[in-house]
Design a protein around this ligand. Sequence first.
Ligand SMILES: Nc1ncnc2c1ncn2[C@@H]1O[C@H](COP(=O)(O)OP(=O)(O)OP(=O)(O)O)[C@@H](O)[C@H]1O
Ligand SMILES: [Mg+2]
Length: 502
Amino acid sequence: MSLLEMRNIVKEFPGVRALDGVSFTLDRGEFHALVGENGAGKSTLMKVLSGVYPEGTFEGDILVDDQPSHFKGIRDSEAAGIAIIFQELSLVKELTVGENIFLGKEPSKFGVINWSELYHKASNLLRDLRLPIDPRVKVGSLGIGQQQLVEIAKALSQDAKILVLDEPTAALTESEVETLFGILRDLLARGVGMIYISHKLDEVFEMSDRITVLRDGKTVSTHQAKEITKDGIIAAMVGREVGDIFPIPDHKLGEVALKITGLTAFSIDNPDKKLVDGVSFEVKQGEVLGIAGLMGAGRSELLMSIFGAWQGGFSRSIEIGGRPATISSPSDAISKGVGFVTEDRKRFGLILEQTILDNMTLAGLQKISGRFVTNRTRETMAAKGPMRSLRIKANSPLTVAGTLSGGNQQKVVLGKWLLTNPKVLFLDEPTRGIDVGAKQEIYAEINKLAKEGLAIVLVSSELPEVLGLSDRIIVLHEGRMTGEFTRSEATPEKVMSAATGH
Ligand SMILES: Nc1ncnc2c1ncn2[C@@H]1O[C@H](COP(=O)(O)OP(=O)(O)OP(=O)(O)O)[C@@H](O)[C@H]1O
Ligand SMILES: [Mg+2]
């Protein structure tokens, strides 16, 4: 008897067969990972399970404890003991952490919400989870990593017997991941079954009992985790062997493209607190400069301040192409040839309701269309270039961005900046949520852009990525620069030791 059985699920969207007869089972206390390339159908399968796509909008059967289930919406799946943590954060930014956790199930007395009990329960929950988050602050004021932890707390607040986690660790630090896994192990021991979606195969292997691979809406295979290797899983995902995923860089460095002196940035909440403290660096044409550091080291703040997008106070002097430059806003930065792929694609990168075409041409509109007229044909042609080179999985440039899989949305953001023909490109966590095959493509693209003379500044929490792509690496620790290494000098140990302040 399985805890959960999904039989022959078929789900179609206009023009896309996202699930083509997928079957899947889950046992009590089992950790079952679901992996596959971007667009394989993982999130869609979980939306079917959780009633986001109600009965009647898909084919196939769902059985919980051998009982056929007919979910008309999320409420029904919750009532059946299914909790889901969505890939795209679904918190309401204007509400507090506590309000979000208990949204729709606020403790109340005589129809009036009991606020003190709500916050009391919320702070107990956060404490149990060892999350140092104040339940009374607005979710919108938290960083993306903390928002993700609140999302997890929200799911755990329901007493679920099936817990679905869709890329829950994308924005978490290593220690936050360990905290999360500790909590999950407790729940597994209590018999909760878990479905875990991730592109981080190390995590998948650390936790899984079984691993199921999806490709193009079909189940490729299900494995006992003990009986398969990482390379085996990757080959099943991609449908071919994947060799070394990093290109061999042979960049010719040119003139200094961007020079930053004395960059200091202050906290938004606490205007006296320095998040970045007197950092200076330069990057040359054709160079990939990696910025390493732990979460909270000030890397994103650094890029945002240069770009004129940081909401707190900041100061710095800038030279572009050897000449002093002022950048007072993102549009200023764009007009001076600086592009920025941000880490939070929802907040800065992508308008989900618009088409791929509109998204891609937002920043690049002027360059592609001449100054005043917009030429749809020319735009459509231009957008097809990056769609092809980045292998964006969509029927046409007119597909709405919000209907793309998570990884493909990230590729649209990258494509959009490539169309602005920047001289300097900032990449903040460019491969978050991206599958191995597509990562390899994005790495090749980064390498090609550098070869063509673009100056690239890369921030990534994945150390292998920084080491594998950068010509030079600077390391930040608590806002200060604590190390600088050339490609040949850099080792994981040296970079980590600088990142932890040793
Ligand atoms: N609402 C929708 N409308 C139209 N097409 C959709 C919709 N949601 C998903 N799709 C399509 O269904 C396919 C599967 O998408 P899904 O989001 O399930 O992929 P995924 O495996 O979760 O990928 P990722 O690793 O990138 O998150 C994709 O081709 C996607 O574009
Ligand atoms: Mg997904």
